[in-house]
Design a protein around this ligand. Structure first.
Ligand code: SAM
Ligand code: SF4
Length: 425
């Protein structure tokens, strides 16, 4: 026990320890129920809300209010749940850094960082043909601000960072940000999602700065259809961008993402699948989600992963291969061993139960789900001068409110508060 070592402090530490343990255990049980029996979710939620929040949270708070901690590095104090971390830290405790987890027991490992809301394409499933108002420059996070937030979150166990946008390559000096983030302790995996149109120029400096993975969006190999869906005649530039990426063996895997829209994509599938067979690209089909600025999404515009697979299998049989539990994609290889496809099926096969992602918008708001209607402003407190520990607390509070799941297929579904290019997909 601590140097003060009064009986009361011992009791307080035991209470804190038990309450922390209870919170974590309930979180894990809820997480398990969520994964194993999603049908029992409402019951699980009630359990979490009543037991964890009311009992354990109250005990923790009371213990800190009634019996302030006044000693250094007590063995039980090291184990306290990070919920009251600030008060513990101020009192000199060595706070155990609890992984960043939401109230459903899901650990957050992955952060998508939007570096700009601007884009040089106007994909029909994402942006309007014209008229989206850009963020004022002063509202966009600087590289230093992004790097600071990434450092804080990496300290909480976030190890995968994906740069996105808008179109991330229109942000000037992006390789500089890549350099800053690859040097951040705890960041193990830095990747980029791009429409590829500027990649032929930027692949080399990005690789030189430390980028090791890239996803390139490509919806069609036909010039006419490419221009139809992106509203830009830029297929050749994107293909040059892919070639430039391919020229760097450090940049692997190269993933090619195609948003599948019913009535448009069916005819593109064989050529895109053939691309995965002749090039070192993993081609992935993403179901169209209701995140388009035009709000033209409808249920029957979703071409499902299963439908695409059926089209591919008319030409080449596929075999499923294991994917990481937190992966958004189901992975398939061609049965003859030549190439790999992925299917990201958020509409027909939601993967919310294993979601380990949060998002940072270009203007510094944290979003805990693509479909969030609520955001957590980190930029204002950061610019007002809060400490890293306070930023970490804000992140934890936001993550605790992470949505259980998207409700695309539920009656009364409400669209997200921003469209895809403004969020950062
Ligand atoms: N501009 C870059 C690009 O297109 O790759 C990065 C940003 S973009 C918003 C990120 C990803 O979101 C891309 O793979 C894009 O195809 C996908 N996307 C955009 N709108 C979508 C929608 N409504 N449904 C599904 N995916 C979408
Ligand atoms: Fe731009 Fe990417 Fe959206 Fe297309 S999907 S409009 S490239 S942000």
């Amino acid at each position: 026990m601590g140097v003060a070592g009064s009986g009361l402090e011992l009791v307080a530490d035991v209470v804190r320890y038990v309450a922390g343990l209870l919170l974590r255990t309930v979180s894990r049980v809820v997480g398990l129920v969520f994964r194993v029996a999603p049908g029992a979710l409402d019951l699980a939620f009630a359990l979490k809300a009543l037991v964890a929040r009311c009992v354990a949270g109250l005990l923790l708070d009371l213990s800190f209010d009634l019996i302030p901690i006044g000693h250094v590095n007590p063995p039980l104090g090291c184990l306290i749940w990070s919920f009251p971390a600030r008060r513990a830290e101020n009192a000199g405790y060595a706070v155990f850094v609890e992984p960043l987890a939401d109230s459903w027991g899901r650990e957050i490992k992955s952060l998508r960082v939007s570096v700009t809301d601007k884009c040089n394409f106007r994909c029909t499933y994402c942006m309007p043909a014209e008229g989206l108002i850009w963020l004022p420059k002063q509202e966009v996070l600087t590289f230093e601000e992004i790097a600071r937030l990434v450092r804080v979150m990496a300290g909480m166990g976030v190890s995968e960072i994906r740069l996105t946008g808008g179109e991330p390559l229109v942000r000037r000096d992006l390789p500089e940000l890549v350099r800053m983030l690859t040097a951040t302790p705890g960041v193990d995996d830095l990747s980029l999602t791009t429409n590829g149109v500027l990649l032929d120029r930027l692949a080399a400096p990005l690789v030189e700065a430390g980028l090791r993975r890239v996803n390139v969006s490509l919806d069609s190999l036909s010039h006419v259809k490419f221009a139809e869906i992106t509203r830009r005649d830029a297929l050749d530039a994107v293909l040059r961008g892919l070639e430039a990426a391919e020229a760097h063996p450090e940049l692997r895997p190269i993933k090619v993402n195609c948003v599948a829209v019913k009535g448009f994509t069916e005819d593109e599938v064989p050529a895109l699948a053939a691309l995965a067979r002749r090039k070192p690209y993993v081609v992935r089909f993403i179901e169209f989600m209701p995140l388009d600025a035009d709000e033209a999404w409808e249920d029957d515009k979703v071409l499902t992963g299963a439908e695409i697979r059926a089209i591919v299998e008319r030409h080449w049989p596929l075999e499923e291969i294991p994917a990481k539990a937190s992966s958004t994609a189901r992975r398939f290889r061609f049965a003859d061993g030549r190439g790999e496809l992925g299917f990201i099926n958020p509409v027909s096969e939601p993967f919310c139960s294993t979601c380990d992602r949060i998002r940072l918008t270009a203007d510094g708001h944290l979003r805990t789900c693509l479909f969030s209607r609520r955001e957590w402003d980190l930029k204002t407190p950061m610019r007002a001068g809060v400490s890293d520990a306070q930023l970490a607390t804000l992140v934890r509070q936001a993550v605790a409110q992470k949505e259980l799941k998207h409700r695309i297929s539920d009656p009364g579904f409400t669209r997200a508060s921003r469209s895809m290019s403004q969020i950062g997909g």
